[in-house]
Design a protein around this ligand. Structure first.
Ligand code: ACO
Length: 402
């Protein structure tokens, strides 16, 4: 690892690294990925152990504070989050300005960005106390805002948060409960969604996290930065991949057509890629994909869907791809999105909401990365350079002579 620092505009090394393939944009103590081994650590703890032993809010506490909570800290943290689950009643009017068929991610970008209009302390986040309040607020409100986007989309009344339920069960209540019928959380399904949240909580300097850092580096308020992260996450090469993956599986439809789609993915003249396959950093199995496959099995078993067509199709696609020399040579393995769409579909979450679920969970990582950046003594506004490839200096010819 070489630390190259430029001392002024005319000194130092100038590099061109499209896509940041080999350039670190920051120093961080939050998340570690070993892409060759397929290892993911949050604050040093393996993701497998966290998924097994902790719930999402404990993981959120860990990411934000650097250590797992003691029992007393856990109770106090949960209480703080529950204090902030409601949104301002005027925010409800924002939703009514959207078309019913708006993509919920479009609604999320707008509503989260608007939060700073309600919480003026976002203008002063210079001390840890205000940073903590912003974290609690946004982590607590994301489930409410996401569930409201869903309810608006399907034309059902908004459900208020229930603070007698834990974080994930409350989210499911706001999504699936109605004023006519109380939602009764199924512990297996709540645990599955909670695990999805944990697996998506942070992933070091991916595109959306880098967007949050870059936005925050100008001093923009955290709500605006998270909104920018949500916009970036939406793309199909990033958080939109689980939605795209499920659409792909629906399109393939039958195991007999897997070969045809694998051939398309390998064809240089075809822009088609196997959604849910490949990763910039993992050149081995994405450890989250392995955990997600297990969650998928548990959910399908609980719901009596063991013979689910899409799950069988996904397993067959994975088997064939992993034996194919193209995928072996390019080190293309299933990523976290490969199975998460099937789990979410089985939980009753519509495809258009998948990326919102991802955003809900990743908000914890985004806020933590933002906080780390603004408290870094070396923190500077992010300002990438460019390799200019355009015209050399030239003079304007008056319009009549062109
Ligand atoms: N199917 C077929 N070929 C692929 C795939 C795929 N899913 N992914 C990469 N390749 C090929 C590329 O065509 C390229 O081939 P080449 O060397 O002959 O040009 C080679 O593998 C390297 O791929 P790049 O696109 O250069 O790798 P990069 O690191 O830039 O992209 C990415 C990674 C965007 C994830 C890519 O693998 C992809 O588009 N996958 C499908 C979308 C997806 O699942 N995204 C989710 C990522 S995880 C997340 O955001 C949570």
């Amino acid at each position: 690892c070489i630390d190259i620092r430029t001392l002024g505009a005319k000194t130092g090394l100038f590099t061109y690294d499209s896509g940041y393939l080999s350039t670190a944009s920051c120093r961080s103590k939050i998340t570690f990925i070993d892409g060759d081994k397929g290892e993911l650590l949050y604050r040093g703890y393996p993701i497998e152990q966290l998924a097994q032993s902790c719930n999402f809010l404990e993981v959120a506490y860990l990411l934000w504070n650097g250590e797992l909570p003691t029992p007393a800290e856990k109770v106090s943290f949960e209480k703080n989050i529950k204090n902030h689950t409601m949104v301002h009643e005027q925010l409800v009017k924002f939703y009514q300005g959207f078309r019913r068929d708006a993509h919920p991610m479009a609604i999320l970008v707008g509503v989260v960005g608007a939060l700073s209009a309600f919480y003026h302390e976002a203008e002063d986040f210079s001390d840890l106390e205000h940073q903590n309040i912003s974290f609690n607020r946004i982590v607590a409100k994301l489930p409410t805002i996401v569930a409201m986007a869903y309810k608006y989309h399907v034309g059902e009344p908004f459900m208020y948060p229930r603070n007698d339920l834990d974080y994930t069960a409350n989210f499911m209540h706001m999504m699936f409960g109605t004023p006519c019928e109380e939602y009764k959380p199924n512990p297996v399904l709540v645990h599955a969604l909670d695990t999805i949240f944990t697996l998506h909580a942070d992933h070091e300097q991916n595109a959306s996290t880098s967007t949050v850092r870059l936005s925050g580096s100008s001093g923009a308020n955290p709500y605006a930065c998270i909104s920018a992260g949500i916009a970036c996450l939406w793309g199909p090469a990033h958080g939109g991949a689980n939605e795209a993956c499920l659409q792909m599986l629906e399109e393939i439809h039958d195991v007999s057509r897997v070969g045809e789609y694998i051939a398309r993915a390998k064809d240089k003249n075809d822009s088609f890629k196997l959604m849910g396959f490949g990763h910039r950093v993992y050149k081995n199995f994405d450890p989250r994909a392995k955990l997600m496959r297990e969650v998928c099995k548990d959910v399908l078993q609980e719901l009596g869907l063991e013979n689910d067509r899409l799950f069988k199709l996904a397993m067959e696609l994975e088997r064939i791809a992993l034996e194919d020399s193209y995928f072996i040579e390019k080190k293309l393995y299933p990523n976290v999105d490969f199975y998460s769409g099937i789990v979410q579909k089985a939980l009753g979450i519509p495809t258009t909401m998948f990326t919102c679920i991802f955003a809900l969970a990743r908000t914890v990582g985004w806020m933590t990365q933002w906080e780390e950046m603004i408290n870094d003594p070396e923190y500077k506004i992010g300002r990438p350079r460019q390799l200019y490839m355009g015209a050399a200096r030239r003079d304007v010819i008056p319009a009549a002579q062109r």
